[in-house]
Write a protein of this length. Sequence first.
Length: 171
Amino acid sequence: MFSKSKINEPGPKADDAAKPAAAEQKKPTMPPQSEYKPSSAPKTKPPASVLSADLHVVGNMKTTGDIQVEGTVEGDIRAHLLTIGETATIKGECVADDVVVNGRIVGRVRGLKVRLTATARVEGDIIHKTIAIESGAHFEGSVQRQDDPLNAKGKAPAQQPQEQQQRPAGQ
């Protein structure tokens, strides 16, 4: 009664229907293993690891993924994307490609992109490539721009005189 159109399907066409079924049996029913190609689509990124508001961590953390902190951490944190929630307190160094601060950090912040929101409270130095500080953010410390803030801490003093020379000229 109803039949499926075979125009766009691989295999024999309507003209080939008259050929004997013996030709069909020669084709393998499953593609050979050599023809299998895995999907080249990128894998989806896993969600950020979340440290809840009632969690208190003592020690350092390091990941290539994302971390969202809502609790308290006494130690250094290194991640790809580090989000400090409004209820969070970090006592240590924070190093990430992207750092978004909504809560409190007591310690150095190093990141390619650093963003202090209106609820941020930072007590320490910030070493960055780009920075954004929203109105209302509380910040006590120094801000220093570096092309590669994630690497060696020893580069900071070498560039500090250059930054100090540029500040009076720009102000």
